[in-house]
Design a protein around this ligand. Sequence first.
Ligand SMILES: Cc1ncc(COP(=O)(O)O)c(C=O)c1O
Length: 368
Amino acid sequence: MVPEPIGLQSDTVINNFRVTPTFSVYCRPMIDLRSDTVTVPTPAMLKAMAVAKVGDDVFLEDPTINALQAYAADLFEMEASLFFPSGTMANQTAIKVHTRPGDELICDAGAHVHYYEGGGIASNSGVSVSLIQGNQGVFTAADVFERIRPDNVHFPSSRIVCIENSCNRGGGKVFPIVNIQEIAEVCRQNGLKLHMDGARLFNAMLAEGSAPKQHGKLFDSISICLSKGLGAPVGSLLLGSRNFIAQARRVRKVFGGGMRQAGYVAAAGLFALQHNIERLKEDHIHAQSLARKLAELPYIDVVFEQETNIVIFQLDVSVDTAHFLAYLQHFGIMALIMGPRMVRFVTHLDISPIDIATVEQVLEDYRI
Ligand SMILES: Cc1ncc(COP(=O)(O)O)c(C=O)c1O
C-alpha cells in the first residue's frame, strides 16, 4: 500500500522546522543513509542461508565456507582465501602476518586500518604508522617512496603499505589501478608488502572498470567485505597466497575468530558475490543524484568528488550540523557526521529511487 503523502499548502512549522509549500514527502520508515552496513538480507538471501550445508569450520569441515573461500580465491585469481567475522579482523590479521613488532606501516591518514580500528596496528602488531595526507585517500608511488625509512637502527623498519579502495573517509573515491601498479612496483623494489583494504572494492572496480584478477596480481593480501554494499549480514574475506592464508588462519584463531557452523552466514556471502555485484551501479547512480542536488544547495559549502556510493559534504558555517541532522531525522532520514560540518550519505541495497527523490526534496526544503 502506498502511504499517504504529506502535502503542505503554505510554510508550516513542524517540530520547530519551517517547511516550505514545495515539500511533499511520503510518510515511510527510516531512509538510513548512515552506511551501507545497515542492509538486511533479502528473502532470496535468507533462503540461501536457511538451506546451507554446514560443519565445524575449525576442523575445516564447513562445505559452504569452503565453497565461499574457493569462489573468492578463483574470482581474484589468488591462491587462497579465509572467511572472517569482520573487515577489521581481516585487516588486522593481514597486518599481523606481514609484520613484526618495531615495523612501520605506510597508509593514508584517513585509512580505516589506522583511523577506525581502535589502534589495532599498535596493540595487535606493535607496529607504528607513517601517514600520507592523500587526495581523498588516494596517494602516489612517490608518496610511498618518500616514506621508506633508511636501513638504520634509529628508525622503525618500513614493512607494509596499505591501500584502501574505495576510500571511505575520502568520500568513496576510487584508488586508480594505475597508481596501484606504480605503488606495487615501489613495494617490490623495496621489499615492502602491499595490503588492500577492499571493504568496498567491488564499488571501486565497477566505477573504474577494473577486474578482480588485475588487483589479485598486485597485492600480497586483499580484504573484501561482504556485509557492506554487497548486502550480506556478516562477513569478510582475506585473500593471499596459500602460505599467507595458513598463517592468517592461526592469527584469526588467536584473535578469537575461529568459527564453527558459520556456513549459514557464509551462504549469505556467497549469494552476495553471485548476485549483488552488478547492482552496485544503482547505488552509484543514486549517490550521483544526491551529489548533484547537494551541489545546487546554498547551504552546502563543498561536496567531495563523488565516484561510488558515498557522498561526503560540508555544510556552510551558518548551518548548525546537529540542527540539520535533526531536521533530516524528523523526516525519517539518517546521516552520519564525519567531522566539523561534514556529513556523509551512503547509498545501498535498501535505498530505492523513491527514497532518493524524498531525500532530495527534504534537502531542497531545508531553511537555515
Ligand atoms: C574501508 C573499511 N575498511 C574496513 C571496515 C571494517 O569493517 P567491519 O565493520 O566489518 O569491521 C570498514 C567498515 O566500515 C570500512 O569502511
